[in-house]
Design a protein. Structure first.
Ligand SMILES: Cc1ncc(COP(=O)(O)O)c(C=O)c1O
Length: 386
């Protein structure tokens, strides 16, 4: 296990002020990412073209290579920077070779970023099939009942934003591969929390914004597109740097770049990419398997304590990652009061509504949280009077 006190002191000074259990909404950037972005912003102000060429270009190469290594992609050409999960998944949805009557399956409780891009294809005659959630997520058994000969895509969040359900990516990937279905993973709640191996898990496309599990700034993320899949995709949104002969700006030739680079959407967020890379390096140093074990343990502990206090859990034991959601058991207004009360006591969590619009509260942990923080949380929430 890594050194928690050192991590908290060196990288997450907010931990001296706040009990932050809201990483599934937005994570703090570690100090090293902040420092790197400040450095990059300073150089952009002083000598932008030199900074872009001398520092930016090598960083971009490292960005592709280190993310590829992290998720075990076949190579850096399978990675492309994106602005958000939703932007990435919209790009994929719009570039698929689909016919009217084809269908796409995803779990009925996917976050909109992994639902709306597919639903936008309904206007082209594509059918959307919502797979009923089992224990808060997508299972092979439930999927099997809806997949047929016209299914083309299965999309899933590696960890569900509301239930915290952790998908069995290996089983889902094998299911998709056996049937020739495109397997698309939204990894924003998972990528910095648990090990993802895109080759072993037979993942075709994986997208993640930076601001949650990766502890990177918002507005920057990455997408993985398996090489063989990329060649079958014809982008509809085409950046000037997404075409094969892109440097000859006036060729006006839309032949896509090989690999994931066909999804380049203009000049990338260089400052944000510097930040993301530093965050990724920290997570890799800590070791994502250690983070998984540790944060899943914190979540299990939180689940137990909340259940003891009478809160009804949505999150299922044994099938979660670092997200825990419970029914507040209160009216909407009183749930808001609970969240504000905790905030006044220096504790950050968030309210979410269930599909039935019942108010719930969600706690989400990351690598530097502690059981002592859980003790304090428990002591404070116990005294809440609506
Ligand atoms: C599972 C999931 N996907 C995507 C998003 C949003 O991602 P982005 O803003 O990068 O599109 C969220 C945000 O809560 C999420 O929980």
């Amino acid at each position: 296990m890594y050194d928690l006190s050192k991590l908290r002191a060196e990288e997450f000074p907010l931990s001296t002020q706040t009990i932050y259990f809201n990483h599934a909404s937005i994570s703090p950037v570690p100090q090293r990412a902040k420092a790197k972005m400040q450095w990059s912003a300073e150089l952009l102000a002083q000598h932008p073209s030199r900074h872009f060429m001398q520092d930016g270009l090598p960083m971009m190469m490292a960005f592709h290579q280190e993310i590829a290594d992290f998720i075990n992609a076949a190579g850096p050409q399978e990675i492309v920077p994106v602005t958000s999960t939703s932007a990435a998944l919209n790009q994929i949805a719009q570039s698929l070779p689909l016919q009217a009557g084809d269908n796409i399956c995803f779990c009925e409780i996917e976050f909109p970023s992994n639902a709306y891009p597919w639903m936008s294809l309904e206007r082209d005659g594509i059918e959307i099939r919502h797979v009923p959630a089992v224990n808060g997520g997508l299972t092979v058994e439930a999927l099997e009942l809806l997949v047929d000969a016209r299914t083309r895509v299965v999309a899933v969040s590696a960890v569900q934003f509301f239930s915290g359900h952790r998908a069995d990516l290996q089983a889902l990937g094998e299911f998709c591969q056996q049937r020739g279905l495109l397997f698309v993973v939204d990894a924003i709640q998972a990528i910095g929390h648990l090990r993802i191996d895109v080759q072993a898990m037979k993942i075709d496309v994986l997208a993640s914004g930076g601001q949650k599990s990766l502890m990177a700034p918002p507005g920057v993320g990455f997408m993985y597109v398996r090489d063989a899949v990329a060649e079958s995709l014809t982008p509809r949104s085409i950046g000037p740097n997404a075409t094969r002969d892109w440097l000859f700006w006036l060729d006006y030739d839309l032949t896509p770049m090989p690999g994931a680079a066909r999804f380049m959407a203009g000049t990338p967020n260089v400052v944000g990419m510097f930040g993301l890379l530093e965050s990724l390096r920290l997570l890799r140093e800590l070791d994502v398997e250690q983070i998984d074990q540790y944060t899943t343990g914190l979540a299990a502990e939180a689940l137990e304590r909340l259940a003891r206090l009478g809160y009804r859990p949505v999150t299922q034991r044994e099938e979660h990652s670092a997200i825990v959601t419970v029914e507040s058991g209160l009216s909407d207004d009183n749930t808001n009061r609970l969240v504000s009360y905790l905030d006044e006591h220096g504790i950050s969590i968030v309210k979410h509504w269930s599909p039935q619009r019942l108010p719930h509260v969600r706690l989400s942990f990351h690598c530097y949280n502690t059981t002592e923080e859980l003790d304090q949380f428990e002591a404070i929430i116990k005294d809440f009077q609506p």
